[in-house]
Design a protein around this ligand. Structure first.
Ligand code: TRH
Length: 373
């Protein structure tokens, strides 16, 4: 079966990050022939450095990667067509889809949400107004009534093996092994996050904190906080009180997973790093992608409510308030949050186990498309 995945990079790395993972998994685990059409190879190259941004077509990890250009060339449509995140397929391609038999299965892959309404909309059909085509809305989510989230086969087992001996993970990442009493945190966020408060809290923390910051993330804010006019160089950690702030290279996607597995706590954002941090089984703090008129806040609350189920009231309350502050630029209380470290850690593992019991996004997609053919 041939699958086409269309990806328009709006900004950042989440759109291509998700499409790339999905393309790789469909190829590796389901033996499908996948073509990924993407309009920004530069962004893709950051998460997958082997990509050549100048090529019109190339292969990586068994996936055919084609630069999406306009005017769109004549391409034979695949059996399954994924329109990621409402990116709008080229009209010429849609017209071609209407001529093939059997009919293409057309999926509009939506953004992830923990909100209740998602269940009611997942899998709904929308007939094309003028052509004999049906588009299906496919919603990722956190329950069996949704499309699930991406989870490659054996992911949690690989994580568990790596976490038994974190020294190897640090060696692989080229980083010094943390001291036994050191808390290691990865920090991936948007510029709007109240970083200054957090760094000050870590600097004044009773035990050492090492913050690993991917290159290019909130760099102006960080430099200002560190009292530098330029950017912090990667090889020169900045020491402030009990905080060691270290800029690390933006890692290939697979290595980024390993970083999440190795850290004690992960600050993540958007959609894909957010899901990967859940698979890491470590305490996480999520900065949601901001939308106009705070449309993102109900989505944030829906996730926090769901995630906190089963926690003690105290831990759930700090988890909730820390998330609201991190996303609303108000006063953070790291010490309060981190005093629940043990419970947060235990809960993060339990959550990843619970989430792994629902079918993953790629399996759901494959089953759904087979049943529609
Ligand atoms: O980059 P993001 O902010 O992407 C966002 C969201 O997807 C959002 O929903 C969408 O609307 C917007 O883009 C347009 O955050 P996200 O989703 O976590 O994607 C980051 C990707 O980058 C993810 O695949 C992980 C990857 N990554 C690496 O490969 N190496 C790294 O070092 C880091 C920090 C991230």
């Amino acid at each position: 079966m041939r699958w086409d995945i269309f990806c328009h990079v709006i900004d950042n790395y989440g759109d291509i990050g998700i499409c790339w993972r999905l393309a790789c998994q469909l190829t590796a685990e389901f033996g499908l022939s996948v073509r990924l059409l993407v309009d920004d190879l530069g962004s893709m190259q950051r998460i997958c450095p082997e990509i050549n941004r100048d090529l019109a077509a190339q292969h990586a990890h068994g996936v055919e990667i084609v630069r999406w250009i306009e005017p769109f060339p004549d391409l034979e449509p695949a059996d399954v067509v994924i329109e990621a995140f409402g990116c709008e397929l080229p009209p010429r391609y849609v017209a071609a889809m209407a001529t093939v038999s059997p009919r293409c299965v057309w999926i509009n892959l939506e953004y992830l949400s923990a909100e209740q309404w998602v269940k009611g909309y997942h899998g709904l059909a929308s007939p094309h107004p003028g052509l004999p085509l049906i588009k299906y809305f496919f919603f990722p989510g956190f329950s069996a009534a949704t499309g699930g989230v991406i989870r490659e086969s054996g992911l949690l087992a690989r994580r568990d093996v790596s976490q038994i001996n974190r020294t190897e993970l640090w060696q692989e990442l080229g980083m010094a092994c943390p001291a036994p009493d050191e808390t290691v945190v990865s920090l991936f966020c948007y510029d709007s996050a109240p970083i200054k408060d957090l760094l000050n809290a870590w600097a004044g923390s009773v035990s050492p904190v090492r913050c690993l910051l991917p290159e290019g993330v909130a760099s102006a804010q960080i430099a200002k906080w560190a009292g530098k006019s330029g950017l912090i160089a990667g090889n020169v950690p900045v020491q402030h009180g009990n905080l060691t702030l270290q800029v690390i290279p933006f890692l290939p996607q697979e290595n980024y997973d390993h970083l999440l597995w190795a850290c004690d706590c992960n600050f993540v954002r958007g959609e894909d790093s957010f899901v990967r941090a859940q698979w890491a089984g470590r305490p996480l703090i999520w900065q949601i992608y901001p939308q106009q008129e705070n449309a993102h806040l109900p989505k944030l609350e829906a996730f926090v409510d769901l995630y906190c189920q089963g926690m003690t009231m105290e831990a759930a309350e700090v988890m909730r308030s820390f998330h609201l502050c991190w996303n609303n630029q108000c006063q953070l209380n790291w010490a309060d949050f981190w005093q629940h470290r043990k419970e947060l850690q235990h809960h993060a593992m339990a959550w990843s186990g619970k989430l792994a019991r629902i079918p993953d996004l790629a399996s759901n997609l494959v089953n759904f498309c087979r049943s529609r053919q």
